[in-house]
Design a protein around this ligand. Structure first.
Ligand code: PSU
Ligand code: MN
Length: 305
């Protein structure tokens, strides 16, 4: 029987950092392949890595190719994912399939958490998590990201979730499944492009030392994922009303065209980016870099605690 590690291809820089107990931050690849248009996707992927390095931590962009989970994709691999047409979107259910077929795969939040955990990485930066979709009471479309958070011990730094989702139901689901949602220097769940959602969080932290202590306790107690929700920096935040119009139009189009399941999130993201003519891409970039910076600081605080 093969070990898990025979499916992992951990680049030397990441391997050495992990062995030395240094700070490593995982990055997802679905945001590159399916979340943002070219060439913004590739610029942002590099900018996030550079931000993590500038904080003294090691980035590890995770993706799949040729039957291996790549932990620390190189520039060429990131470029390929960014331009390729047919990249599989890999959540938990897709991992074995993508490894078995040798396809290219971009990992979602769930897929990245799972692979990061296999490699021994505890910290992960992304933009927004998946969640409970609007209308989930009939469609049952609930992102596997939420289940993953309830079973895999990785801390996910994000800007909350997009209001293409039902954010209230998303928080309810997370509470039911025992996932802590920490407001990072904020009292409300952030709504991605918009700093506030009107939904209060009961747990707020302002300093990295307490956050690192919380993470250690969570994992020492055998508990699993943690969400740290960082609002988009105010100078890049968008106005809620036009965004809501763009989202509603995109959801109507999706319904008319019968777009459902795993294709729904990428479709709505691209429609919203088109109608907000690039403003949403700039905001997306700003919040991803902000999250990368904080995730690196959290990982550093944890490593040196
Ligand atoms: N939300 C975003 N941008 C993204 C995603 C979500 O604002 O790129 C991606 C993430 O990879 C997330 C996935 O894990 O979409 C969720 O997809 P689904 O709803 O099919 O689980
Ligand atoms: Mn879904």
């Amino acid at each position: 029987m093969q070990e898990i590690s025979s499916y992992l291809d951990i680049v030397p820089e990441v391997r050495m950092a992990l062995e030395a107990g240094r700070a490593v931050v995982a990055l997802e690849s679905t945001v590159i392949a399916h979340g943002l248009p070219y060439p913004a996707n590739i610029e942002i992927a590099h900018a996030m890595e550079a931000t993590i390095r500038a904080e003294g931590a090691v980035p590890a962009t995770i993706g799949i190719h040729d039957g291996k989970i790549i932990i620390g994709m190189n520039e060429d691999e990131i470029e390929l994912l960014a331009i390729m047409e047919h990249v599989r979107k890999v959540s938990r259910r897709d991992l074995a399939f993508t490894l078995a077929t040798g396809d290219w795969g971009a990992t979602t939040v769930a897929g990245t958490m799972l692979c990061a955990h296999m490699a021994g990485i505890r910290f992960f930066a992304t933009g927004g998590i998946g969640g409970v979709h609007r209308g989930a009471e009939t469609s049952m479309d609930i992102s596997a990201d939420l289940q993953e958070l309830s079973q895999t011990p990785v801390l996910v730094t994000c800007a909350g979730a997009k209001s293409i989702l039902d954010l209230n139901l998303t928080l309810e689901y997370l509470e039911t499944h025992g996932v802590p949602v920490i407001g990072w220097q904020c009292d409300e769940f952030p709504a991605f492009y918009v700093a506030q959602s009107g939904l209060p969080l009961s747990q707020r932290l302002d300093d990295v030392a307490t956050l690192a202590r919380l993470a250690r306790i969570q994992w020492q107690c055998g508990l699993h994922g943690i969400i740290v929700a960082c609002p988009i920096p105010s100078e890049h935040a968008m106005e809620a009303a036009p965004l809501e119009q763009a989202i509603e139009a995109a959801l109507r189009n999706a319904q008319q065209q019968g777009i459902r399941g795993a294709a729904l999130t990428p479709y709505v993201l691209s429609q919203v980016a088109q109608t907000t003519t690039g403003e949403s891409i700039e905001a997306n970039k700003a919040l991803l870099i902000n999250n990368a910076r904080w995730a690196a600081r959290f990982a550093q605080a944890y490593a040196t605690q």
